[in-house]
Design a protein around this ligand. Structure first.
Ligand code: PLP
Length: 406
């Protein structure tokens, strides 16, 4: 945990609002996951959509991993592929999992030597026609979904993702017709999963279908590993999940009679807890009905999750930590009534105008989902190292830049 003095120093030096990342925690999360899953070979594809800051990605890429574990990238756009390459990830350790992407995008990425994860039968047919002898991965919708919000459930009958599981044989037939090798099978059932049974059940379902693909070299279970956002949420027991995943995988490989590579695609698990949004209180409004609105110098243009999903983010008043607890609503500075960091009233050590607040667990789906709504600049991103040194890893946008490019 970054200490208060460092947050105060950052506020002084770089002003607020600012995203702040704890470098050591990024490394620890990666190592914890790598050690929890016992199966080797294991490829951890960092879902770069969770946080695509170049220096943050480099921190993960540079981390030494246990023998038999490789870090790669799960990319969903040509831009993410290029960023991963620029960050030093080998093209052989990138999988492009596009959804409703164009065939041109698929070709562009494939030409860079990146594994393409095909999401629709129509794309499969077109790809196979062009790339006889090619090697691809197939994304399956296993009719199982999970996640913290409807918008984050990516499997099941209402999901737009993947090839429906009962069409798996059809997919293999198309590939066979053109002599294309389906070397990987993939699923990603949703995000922020805290119930290991959901994840394990989905693995079982995928393994019922997987033998249809006779030429596999890897199986990719996607991401979705959750982290606790509220004090009531229990952390995922990653050790027992990792052990159970390894056992299921061993049993499948024995049955399939081939040693396969296990692939996972964590995003949030690696970066969420390492990030904070540091904001300043601009306004405290005591209404006659007793409601207290605490306005800060940021909004859903910087951290969208509370407004978009009603997500809980823990908020701490670091300027007045021992102040009396007050029931308040922390709200943003946008002209939108949904611009709230606390969807519900919450007890927080009394915020006063000028106080600094930290919004926790902002390292995943934070900056990367930010916008310039209301023509407000994006905040800077700051990395704090193990020794407590502070480094600006992306500059604050300026109003002048925004106005000039409008
Ligand atoms: C295909 C795929 N893999 C991995 C992830 C990462 O999910 P999470 O950040 O929940 O681990 C996502 C997130 O949307 C995804 O779509």
């Amino acid at each position: 945990m970054i200490n208060t003095e460092i947050f105060q120093l950052i506020a002084k030096k770089f002003k607020t609002p600012a995203y702040v990342y704890e470098q050591e925690l990024l490394k620890t999360q990666l190592l914890t996951l790598a050690n929890a899953i016992l199966w080797r070979p294991l490829t951890i594809l960092y879902a770069i959509k969770a946080n695509s800051n170049f220096r943050l990605v480099r921190t993960l890429v540079n981390q030494r991993l246990p023998k038999g574990v490789i870090l790669g990238v799960d990319a969903v756009s040509p831009g993410e592929v290029d960023l991963a390459l620029r960050a030093g990830v080998s093209n052989q350790n990138i999988i492009f999992t596009g959804n409703n992407v164009s065939n041109e995008e698929i070709d562009t990425v494939y030409k860079k030597g990146v594994m393409v994860n095909i999401d629709a039968l129509s794309h499969l047919e077109k790809f196979c026609r062009k790339h006889s002898n090619g090697r691809i991965c197939i994304r399956i919708n296993p009719n199982v979904g999970a996640g913290h919000h409807d918008h984050c459930i990516t499997g099941g009958p209402d999901s737009k993702f993947g090839i429906w599981y009962s069409q798996a044989q059809l997919a293999q037939n198309i590939a066979d017709k053109y002599n294309v090798h389906i070397v990987g099978v993939h699923q990603h059932i949703g995000s922020q999963i805290l119930d290991p049974d959901k994840f394990l059940y989905a693995m079982d379902v995928l393994f019922e279908i997987a033998p249809i693909f006779w030429d596999l070299s890897f199986v990719d279970f996607g991401g979705g590993f959750g982290v606790p956002y509220s004090p009531e949420e229990k952390p995922l027991d990653i050790q027992s999940l990792g052990a159970a995943m390894s056992l299921i995988f061993t049993n499948f490989c024995d049955k399939y009679d081939r040693k396969l590579k296990m692939v996972i695609e964590p995003g949030r698990y690696l970066t969420a807890q390492a990030g904070y949004l540091l904001v300043k209180v601009t306004t405290v409004k005591h209404n006659p009905d007793g409601k207290i609105f605490v306005g800060v110098n940021s909004g859903f243009n910087h951290l969208d999750r509370p407004a978009r999903y009603g997500s809980y983010h823990h908020i701490v008043n670091i300027s007045n930590p021992n102040g009396p607890k007050r029931k308040v609503r922390i709200v943003g500075n946008l002209c939108e009534s949904g611009d709230k960091f606390t969807p519900e009233e919450r007890k927080i050590a009394e915020p006063r105008e000028g106080d600094l607040l930290i919004i926790e667990n902002a390292g995943a789906y934070g900056y990367c989902m930010s916008s310039n709504y209301n023509l407000r600049p994006r905040p800077p991103e700051i990395m704090v190292t193990k020794r407590g040194s502070v480094c600006e890893i992306r500059k604050r946008q300026t109003t002048e830049e925004l106005v000039a490019s409008a």
